[in-house]
Write a protein of this length. Sequence first.
Length: 202
Amino acid sequence: MISLVSRFIIILTLSISLEGHSQLIKTRKADLVDSLLSVAFDPKEIADLSIELYQAYKYDKLKELPNEGVYLIQALQIYDSLELWERSAYTHNSLAGMYYNRGQIEDAKDNWQKALELYQSINNIQRVGVMYNNLSHAYIADTTENGPFMRRKYLEDAIEIHKETGNDKSLGLSYSNIGDIHADRKEYDEANKYYQLALDLA
């Protein structure tokens, strides 16, 4: 029997074949996922559809998802109960991004840290590097003596892993973030050096 998620993917694929209606497709995707979620019974399908609904609204600038954190937390609880650690880590990262955008930096930091630990536990090294880069954002507004040190440390850890895994896109992003640190300090020569390293990878 075909799953709800599979049916969603088939319908969405057919919808995308309609040219010139990208905004309509985004809106219908959110509505479709919401409808499927309301009739889903399988726990993993509920979790997957909760993530899909969050993403559908996240990338649709014309819509807002009330209580978006509820959908992510619901998904996280299910993934944890099923020991689907890769999906749990992904959801922690999504929660961190949500909290960061709301200015709830400590909550963002906690969720990025949990995502990092989960990716380490399943040996997903590439995603470990991405989490180091993300964690550096938690220290951008930290004006204590420890703030700039931790921001730089996480970025250097990220760069080391990006090099090892050949993740040039993330490597360029981390170089650019170090450039921002130097620019904030008015160390423009150093900033330009890192910005150029980022550009060379673009």
